[in-house]
Design a protein around this ligand. Structure first.
Ligand code: TPP
Ligand code: MG
Length: 324
């Protein structure tokens, strides 16, 4: 697949979804700072093109596993903005009844096996989901999103080994945003992440993770290969996180781990800006773009109102969803 194959309708649709994620994350930053959330949030601002460009190829029967930075993956795969925001608010109307919170948003009915507080925790889960899809004889695939920090976990190599051996329909999407918490990736990572697939005979490649057209094309090719029995792919999406590792990090860090100038410079190639330029280049009118943005703004506003007004889970709910 080539980025040139994207129609302007598809591009506008993906822009709208990225805009939605950005709106949700910016609002979450505001309410977090105001003390309205019950826990911490790790925002996806600056990385939206990855979730959206990949999930554009998936159905509810395909699986995704995600990370502690998982709101964007959820919103790219599901239309349920209200249920996700209510979950982050810890309310009974949340997609997990308010018991999962920001780091565990999940909806099995939409193929979302969940965000995950354990770094690298989704990798083996996705390999299992891919094995399930293969065993049942479906054309479905499993996608795991993980960070550059998780690329240094042994489980990546275990999953690559078994995925290669059994030709599993697994797409490994590394979101290399340049940092693992407060450590620059280069200071803790040797070699190239995409190249970790090579010894296993699995195709691996770096992708411009800020350009939704490039993400869409690379993911489309990998997903099509997986669907038709061609096995796994490792995609290293190169991106940048524009907010802190976690909101409010400035309140506990004694010194900064990156300069404001660096962040400002990286803002020039952020995904929404790039997609906007592409839309303009494709002749989409400012009016058409504004219409999409207004629709998304209204939907997100409504989701936050719904969440803030929703009830807390009843104390007895603590005893539901237990194995024993
Ligand atoms: C197994 C494990 N080790 C350490 C942590 C603490 N921790 C949370 S996020 C994080 C950094 C993850 O970096 P990366 O994978 O690059 O993802 P990013 O935050 O950059 O999206 C760490 C070390 C954890 N949650 N799980
Ligand atoms: Mg990272």
């Amino acid at each position: 697949m080539s980025p040139r194959e994207i129609t302007s309708e598809k591009l506008l649709q993906m822009y709208g979804r990225m805009f939605r994620i950005r709106q949700v994350e910016e609002r979450l930053a505001t309410v977090q700072a105001a003390g309205e959330l019950p826990g911490p949030v790790h925002l996806y601002i600056g990385e939206e093109a990855i979730a959206v460009g990949v999930c554009a190829h998936l159905s509810d029967q395909d699986w995704i596993c995600s990370t502690h930075r998982g709101h964007g993956h959820f919103l790219a795969k599901s239309d349920e903005i209200q249920k996700m925001v209510a979950e982050v608010y810890g309310r009974a109307t949340g997609v997990c009844g308010g018991k999962g919170g920001s780091m565990h948003v999940a909806d099995v009915s939409k193929g979302i096996l969940g965000a995950n507080g354990i770094v690298g925790g989704g990798i083996a889960l996705a390999a299992g989901a891919a094995l399930s899809a293969q065993t049942r004889g479906t054309r479905n695939v499993a996608v795991v999103f993980f960070g550059d920090g998780a690329a240094n976990q042994g489980v990546l190599f275990e999953a690559l080994n078994i995925a290669a051996l059994w030709r599993l329909p697994l797409i490994l999407v590394c979101e290399n945003n340049g940092y693992s918490e407060f450590s620059p990736t280069a200071s803790v990572t040797s070699g190239e992440i995409w190249n970790r697939a090579t010894p296993f005979g699995v195709p691996g490649r770096p992708v411009d993770g800020n350009d939704v057209r490039e993400v869409w094309a690379a993911a489309g090719e990998a997903i099509e290969r997986a669907r038709s029995g061609g096995g796994a792919t490792l995609l290293e999406m190169r991106t940048y996180r524009l907010r802190g590792h976690v909101e409010a990090e400035k309140s506990f860090l004694s010194r900064s781990y990156r300069s404001d100038a660096e962040v400002e410079q990286r803002r020039e190639r952020e995904p929404l800006r790039l997609a906007m330029a592409a839309l303009q280049g494709a002749g989409v009118t400012a009016d058409a773009i504004a219409k999409v943005e207004e629709k998304e703004r209204a939907a997100v506003r409504a989701a936050f109102e719904y969440a803030a007004e929703s009830p807390w889970p009843a104390p007895g709910a603590a005893f539901e969803h237990m194995f024993a």
